[in-house]
Design a protein around this ligand. Structure first.
Ligand SMILES: [Zn+2]
Length: 204
């Protein structure tokens, strides 16, 4: 439960962070982290076109530097990009100067005011500081598509159980998450569409 959906008392420690758009009316916000990836990102873009929905891609700077055409394609096809750090290193949050440097390096390749910290690791103080410059986005629902110990059916259950009005939902465009994500993401979106939800990007 704590992994899939953070309790409110944790959210309150980060008052400047966007967890969920609570005033949204039957709207969901799909997000894809850790790309762009040459195999998976184009597949997601095609699926999104077919489903007729838009999403937000939190790109790793290092990947965006390697695949600028994919970043361009994401934007050209009507989606939004956000920063997800340059190197996606877990230990970064321990040292604020190094953490900020990594974001600055990412900003060279990912032009956006949106920022999602890698692994969601950020101290309340860092979140407050970064919120002066960026819209810091975490999530309402993490599908755990990256978790190889879960079957695609289990990940689908998580996605459908926790998603609600205004949810910011996390999937990954990474090799690690590919199997679960490719099964769950189109099925879940079809289900949500049938329930009357529409989809929006997180505007920077
Ligand atoms: Zn990530």
């Amino acid at each position: 439960m704590w992994i899939e959906q953070m309790p409110n008392w944790v959210r309150r420690l980060y008052p400047t962070v966007c967890w969920r758009k609570e005033d949204a009316n039957k709207t969901l916000y799909l997000t894809f982290d850790d790309g762009p990836n040459t195999t998976i990102t184009p597949w997601i873009l095609d699926q999104l076109d077919e489903l007729g929905v838009k999403a937000t891609f939190f790109c790793i700077g290092n990947n965006a530097e390697k695949y600028p055409d994919l970043v361009k394609a994401i934007i050209e096809r009507g989606h939004t990009i956000g920063m997800h750090g340059y190197s996606h290193t877990r230990g970064l949050y321990k040292n604020t100067a190094v953490f900020l440097q990594d974001i600055e390096q990412c900003a060279k390749w990912v032009k956006s005011n949106l920022y999602r910290p890698p692994h969601g690791r950020i101290t309340p103080k860092q979140a407050k500081l970064l919120s002066k410059t960026y819209t810091v986005v975490l999530w309402d629902v993490i599908t755990r598509d990256y978790d190889a110990s879960l079957s695609p059916q289990e990940v689908e259950k998580i996605a459908l159980k926790y998603t609600r009005n205004g949810s910011i939902v996390v999937f990954h465009d990474s090799i690690k998450a590919q199997k679960n994500m490719q099964y769950v993401f189109p099925r879940a979106v079809k289900q949500w569409l049938s329930e009357g939800y529409t989809f929006a990007t997180l505007n920077d």
